[in-house]
Design a protein around this ligand. Structure first.
Ligand code: SAM
Length: 201
């Protein structure tokens, strides 16, 4: 059964869970160690505790305030929160599932229209063969229905341009509701497998 912790405006959380559950069964994702990198106050982390009850699930964020808030409202387990910057390794710790969900970066040098940490920043936390679930909010070109093949192809192209060769994309999906009233926004998810490049002999 799929646990539901739906919050107002958090359809993307349910949608991400369904995607992760389905692809998890398909690709045999059975993680022992999970990192929710850029967890915020843990809207998705608490879903991960239920989805992977036998795993060690860690929540990492740059904002101590968000982590504290998550612990306070019981979304996060205090012993498994990490106050750190994704841009730096965390004592060499690696995980067989890493989540990077809408990790928006306030970086003035970021390319126009691109405000999320790119997939390459998460590689340092992955074990070989591990899975990476990555989502970003996308604005244009959601001019039509999100299921339009044309739109999906455009989003896939954007994502592929940012993907390092060690990350093999397994599946893509538009998740959550498209909020056209504000910005024509939709979240776009990709599940990757980390396949390190072979060293030349
Ligand atoms: C839009 S929130 C998303 C939170 C959560 N992943 C979700 O989907 O509900 C982005 C989060 O990424 C965190 N963040 C941004 N850059 C980060 C970095 N370099 N290292 C760690 N956390 C970061 C922010 O502090 C914030 O909590």
């Amino acid at each position: 059964m799929i646990p539901s912790f739906r919050m107002p405006g958090e359809e993307r959380i349910d949608s991400a869970l369904i995607f992760l559950k389905r692809t998890g069964e398909k690709y045999g994702i059975n993680p022992r160690r999970v990192l929710d990198a850029g967890s915020g106050p843990g809207f998705f982390t608490r879903i991960l505790y239920v989805l992977y009850p036998a795993a060690d699930v860690y929540a990492m964020d740059l904002s101590k305030d968000y982590l504290d808030l998550g612990v306070e409202d019981c979304s996060l387990k205090s012993s498994k929160t990490v106050h750190a910057d994704i841009k730096y390794p965390w004592a060499g710790e690696r995980f067989d599932l890493v989540i990077g969900m809408n990790v928006t970066a306030d970086d003035p040098s970021a390319a126009e229209g691109w405000s999320a940490l790119p997939p390459s920043e998460f590689l340092k936390f992955l074990t070989p063969g591990g899975f990476f679930f990555y989502t970003t909010p996308e604005f244009d070109p959601i001019d039509h229905r999100p299921s339009d093949n044309e739109v999906i192809q455009e989003l896939i192209k954007r994502r592929m341009n940012l993907t390092p060769p060690e990350l093999k994309p397994l599946e893509h999906k538009v998740i959550g509701d498209v909020d056209r009233s504000i910005e024509k926004e939709a979240d776009f998810a990709t599940l990757y497998r980390y396949e390190p490049l072979k060293q030349p002999v």
